[in-house]
Write a protein that binds this ligand. Structure first.
Ligand code: MN
Length: 245
């Protein structure tokens, strides 16, 4: 399977308020938004829809399960050629009444989106990490100016992952910008058919393993350490999310 080089279309200098990605969403929204092209014309044939979808922006997301000094989940959205990142200590919850603290952290490189293995001792984040969920995301109508949404502290979006699906919101906590270097947000499930009640099992407990290898974090850690001292170390990555660069 070959993946398109989506990054090529992204303006990297980011000086103007409107990015190429936003323009793509305005004028060429993915078919999942609505089966219409940018001029409001309804798309009919399967081929027409396929062509349209290939032209539309596909933005990836990943949720990493990572045990550094403590277990947490790294929630990352592809935007403007990087993965914008939040550390979610408790992991995402599919229950709309649960607000999951999400601490804004530094952007990550897209090429590491599917990395599974062990960060060696002595480096920041030392410990095992694995992709707990992978997929695509798109802003909801009304939130297409994603840069503006990040500035304003509220983004609503759809996740199309293996585990996380449906509509979600990132909402910056009031006053979180004051003084602190790290802004604090909440990751919240919006009510829809993918939402769960408080009584339902937490998705992080129900489906704890890597979305790529099916391994638990403990297995990743054990094999990562064994690989380093034994035979030639192998990186567990798949072609599913083989990077663009
Ligand atoms: Mn992390």
């Amino acid at each position: 399977m070959t993946r398109r080089r989506t990054n090529k279309r992204i303006k990297r200098n980011g000086t103007s308020g409107i990015s190429t990605q936003i323009e793509l969403f305005h004028f060429n929204p993915p078919i999942s938004f609505e089966a219409r092209d940018g001029r409001g014309r309804t798309l009919k044939s399967a081929e027409e829809i396929a062509v349209h979808n290939r032209a539309a922006a596909l933005l990836r997301f990943v949720v990493k399960k990572h045990r550094a000094s403590r277990l947490h989940y790294d929630f990352r959205l592809e935007w403007n050629g990087v993965l914008m990142s939040w550390a979610v200590p408790e992991g995402p919850s599919c229950c709309p009444s649960v607000r999951c603290e999400a601490i804004e952290v530094a952007d990550h490189k897209i090429k590491n989106i599917a990395f599974e293995g062990v960060f060696p001792d002595g480096m920041p984040g030392a410990g095992p990490t694995m992709p707990w969920d992978l997929g695509w995301w798109e802003p909801l109508p009304g939130y297409l100016d994603v840069d503006d949404c990040f500035r304003n502290g509220c983004l609503k979006f759809t996740l199309r992952g293996e585990k996380l699906k449906g509509n979600w919101m990132l909402l910056r906590r009031p006053g979180s910008c004051k003084g602190g270097r790290r802004q604090v947000w909440d990751l919240v499930k919006l009510p829809d058919s993918f939402a769960r009640s408080m009584d339902a099992p937490a998705i992080v407990d129900e489906q704890p393993n890597s979305i790529l290898s099916g391994k638990s974090l403990e297995e990743v850690e054990r094999e990562g350490k064994a690989g380093r001292t034994g035979r030639k170390r192998r990186r567990s990555e798949t072609t599913l999310f083989k990077m663009d660069e």
